[in-house]
Design a binder for this molecule. Sequence first.
Ligand SMILES: [Zn+2]
Ligand SMILES: [Zn+2]
Length: 84
Amino acid sequence: MSILPPSSLIAAPENPAVYCRCKGAVISELFVKCDGDQECPNGSWLHPQCTSDLRDKSKHELDAIEEWYCEDCVARIQREEEGG
Ligand SMILES: [Zn+2]
Ligand SMILES: [Zn+2]
């Protein structure tokens, strides 16, 4: 799991407003990286509190996760696996 504080995220991507499901509406201490990468509709960076599965995890717990897909990528992957 890659974790970024917002200051480093702002320095890197072109347009922070396209990140996360909230599109930048939530001011967060950190972002987590979705392994959907280019395919991720959330720009592959999300606030943990904007997800249903990571919102209660500590930074230490997030660090221990090796691979993570946001809910939108999970749904997309499931659709692809179903052949639809
Ligand atoms: Zn968010
Ligand atoms: Zn994603």
